[in-house]
Design a protein around this ligand. Structure first.
Ligand code: FES
Length: 285
């Protein structure tokens, strides 16, 4: 262990992080070399390297942080500061599938809070981080912040793939399928893979699964409605809005006629002719 990665907490030296087995270390060093070579300054590679070590163990362990520090010439304090800042890095082991329920304001009022509560009860997991993984190690449940998919609220993400317009019932089916090992299809984007495989893709290694590249990217129709309206084009007639409490998947897809009320231009009140709005008067006039 080098002096740079000795861990010190409140003046008390900690035991060195356990080492990776030699074969794992050799493999990770080769991968790290490839990642670091992408950047003009090596420390810029810290975020992908944290994903790389997460792909090995399913979380960022002390061993993983010491590895990153050694590869980049940083202290473990510097690495720890970054790893603990971003919620995409796990600090302890979790499930094969990280199920995140968006409970930010819009998703919460559209049903995200109800989905989270239903899943928590259905999965029998607790409130603290350690207790949010099912006993079989398949699913970890967590709150997530807004993922800029508000037009598909309420949103659930599994290993960072989108499952849009969810309900407590559809989300319950989703976790049941994950636990049973049945194939589930994200609403859009790339096919679902395990948490460790997702971490490796996030480290910047190509996703070689058939159809993965073609399937990823692209905004959904609901995201483009505002743009179409701003351009004076007809709004795309594709979004089907289910009754409250039902996801589109819970009902027959009839097609175009049920656009959300939010998707159409809204009437605004007429100006008050007695008090027309005009430019603000200059001070002193
Ligand atoms: S509030 Fe949930 S995606 Fe924005």
């Amino acid at each position: 262990m080098t002096a740079s990665n000795q861990e010190v907490s409140l003046g008390m030296p900690q035991l060195p992080a356990p080492a990776y087995p030699a074969d794992v270390l050799a493999r990770l060093e080769a991968d790290a070399k490839e990642v670091i070579a992408r950047y003009p300054g090596s420390r810029s590679a810290l975020l992908p390297l944290l994903h790389l070590v997460q792909s090995e163990e399913g979380f960022v362990s002390r061993t993983g942080m010491a590895f990153c520090a050694d590869q980049l010439g940083l202290t473990t304090a510097e690495v720890t500061a970054v790893a603990t800042f971003y919620t995409m890095y796990r600090r302890r082991a979790g499930g094969d599938y990280q199920v995140g329920v968006c409970t930010n304001t819009l998703c919460a009022v559209m049903g995200g809070d109800a989905i989270f509560d239903r899943l928590k009860e259905h999965l029998g997991v607790g409130n603290d981080e350690a207790g949010m993984t099912t006993a079989d190690g398949k699913v970890t449940l967590e709150h997530i912040e807004c993922n800029a998919a508000c037009d598909f609220a309420p949103v659930v993400m599994v290993n960072w793939e989108f499952f849009d317009n969810q309900t407590p019932e559809s989300a319950t089916r989703l976790v049941d399928d994950l636990i049973a090992g049945r194939t589930v299809e994200p609403t859009r984007g790339a096919p679902l893979c395990s948490y460790k495989d997702t971490a490796r893709i996030l480290a910047g290694f190509p996703d070689r699964r058939p159809g993965a590249v073609e399937a990823s990217g692209g905004a959904g129709a609901a995201s483009l409605v505002g743009l179409k309206l701003a351009k004076g084009e007809t709004a795309p007639q594709t979004r089907v809005v289910g009754p409250r409490g039902e996801a589109p998947g819970d009902q027959p897809q009839k097609g175009a006629e049920h656009l959300s009320s939010h998707d159409a231009p809204q009437q605004t009140s007429a100006s008050d002719p007695e008090h027309p709005a005009g430019p603000a008067a200059e001070e002193g006039e």
